[in-house]
Design a protein around this ligand. Structure first.
Ligand code: ADP
Ligand code: ASP
Ligand code: MG
Length: 418
């Protein structure tokens, strides 16, 4: 038998009873003869509470101190889950990110994992322990505590699974798997038994927050089979996320998601000369600010307008940088629109199938939803719409692409035995 990594999200360890429930799921896996490493998130809404508390102390808390604060949430959960497992008569030990040696870049609040030390993990496993690791946190080579971004415990779990060459990484959560959209928005939505890394990665990136995008990236890179499954229905296998080779794709669209955390910024009257876009986006990139959708349009007086979207967390620093660029080029106004949501459809089956974009635009138009920006990639089409229309757009698109639960399943054939 091999190593299984399990991860329990905040809702799955929200109180003492749920912690015992998680302990049962851990013990089930151990009883099958596996070595088990468990990664846990902070209990319930602890992280939200800690962020609120910090903002009450100061509106712009220092990012190092924020990481120091937020990393405490996971530390509470690991101790309690270890105690619960021990209370059932099993050997368990809790470890924080520093104790394991989860080494990250030297960036606060959204650090990437660069290395995971496996010596101590292997030693404790060999001694028969179940290891309970704090998700979401790491440590820089200099010993500074970092966090991986909201939802980052998924990435901690997959990275540990990759480092230990685990057989599988099971993400236990409050839904029964990956659905074609958030079941809170469309309750009668299809669940996938299996989905490819590529589709899941795009879905996670465009707002399906059931998985942290970097967790899927890491799973794909190291070929770690991932399962998203319910903490409360342990017999259900949930959704398996693996490489695409053995899948038959029937539907052009596998899922729909929305991201309401983007802000659109428009900078007008930039001179129409080489280098303006390079200057603007170069300055943003240097400050670690990712830009999503971009449109440049030519105005009549030899100037350009550039509109683009950034994440709301990056907005204050983005505006400072754009003001500098504006001064340098003697550009026009900066306009911002916070009332937007990016709605996307994702599907490996849309490759080489013309007409999917037109179907998406028509479905939105039929529902009187105006499109403010459009961007496409090989397996994704995104439209920026008004925030208040996001859920209406999701419902319309699920209907348009037959994603409601009474429709035919996406995949046929035998599921791989992982
Ligand atoms: P956890 O605390 O376990 O990490 P999250 O809240 O981060 O849980 O993720 C689970 C939630 O993701 C679900 O409750 C669901 O509402 C939401 N979600 C969004 N999109 C999807 C989707 N496509 N499939 C399943 N769940 C989704
Ligand atoms: N506790 C962190 C958060 O709420 C990390 C996680 O849950 O994955 O974002
Ligand atoms: Mg999560």
């Amino acid at each position: 038998m091999g190593i299984i990594v399990q991860k329990f999200g905040g809702t799955s360890v929200a109180d003492a009873q749920k912690i015992h429930n998680a302990a049962n799921a851990v013990i089930r896996e151990k009883e099958k003869g596996n070595d088990v490493v468990v990664v846990v998130s902070a209990m319930g809404h602890t992280t939200d509470y800690l962020i609120k508390l910090a903002k009450e102390v100061t509106p712009s808390p220092n990012s190092r101190e924020m990481d120091m604060l937020l990393s405490t949430g996971e530390q509470v959960s690991i101790a309690l889950l270890s105690m619960a497992i021990q209370s059932h008569g099993y050997k368990a030990i809790s470890m924080n990110g520093q104790q394991v040696g989860i080494i990250t870049e030297n960036i606060h609040s959204k650090a990437r994992i660069v290395d995971i030390k496996t010596e101590k993990l292997k030693k404790y496993l060999n001694e028969g322990n179940i290891i309970v690791v704090a998700g979401f946190q790491g440590v820089t080579p200099e010993g500074e505590i970092t966090t991986l971004g909201r939802g980052g415990s998924d990435t901690s779990a997959v990275a540990i699974a990759a480092a230990l060459k685990a057989e599988r990484c099971d993400i236990y959560t409050d839904v029964e798997g990956v659905y074609a959209t958030d079941p809170r928005i469309v309750p009668n939505i299809q669940k996938s038994d299996i989905i490819s890394y590529e589709e899941m990665l795009e879905l996670a990136r465009v707002g399906a927050n059931v998985l942290h995008p970097r967790s899927v990236e890491t799973a794909k890179q190291f070929n770690v089979p991932l399962r998203v499954r319910s903490s409360f229905k342990l017999d259900n296998l949930g959704t398996l996320i693996i490489g695409v080779d053995n899948m038959e794709i029937y539907k052009p669209v596998a899922g729909v998601a929305a991201d309401s955390s983007q802000i659109r910024i428009l900078l007008s009257e930039l001179p129409d000369i080489p280098g303006t876009a390079a200057k603007l986006f170069g300055a943003l990139a240097k400050n670690n600010i990712s830009v999503d959708m971009i449109i440049q349009s030519l105005a009549s007086n030899n100037t350009n307008s550039i509109a683009f979207t950034v994440n709301e967390e990056d907005y204050p620093s983005a505006i400072e940088i754009i003001n500098e660029v504006k001064k340098e080029f003697n550009a026009g106004e900066i306009l911002t629109d916070k009332d937007i949501s990016k709605v996307s459809i994702v599907g490996a089956g849309m490759v080489d199938r013309p007409g999917i974009a037109a179907d998406m635009f028509r479905a939105l138009a039929d529902n009187n939803i105006n499109i403010k920006m459009i961007s496409t990639s090989e397996i994704k089409i995104s439209c920026l719409v008004e925030k208040e229309n996001a859920n209406k757009a999701i419902k319309a698109l699920c209907k348009e692409f037959n994603l409601e639960s009474q429709e035919k399943a996406v995949v046929k054939g035998d599921l791989p035995n992982v």
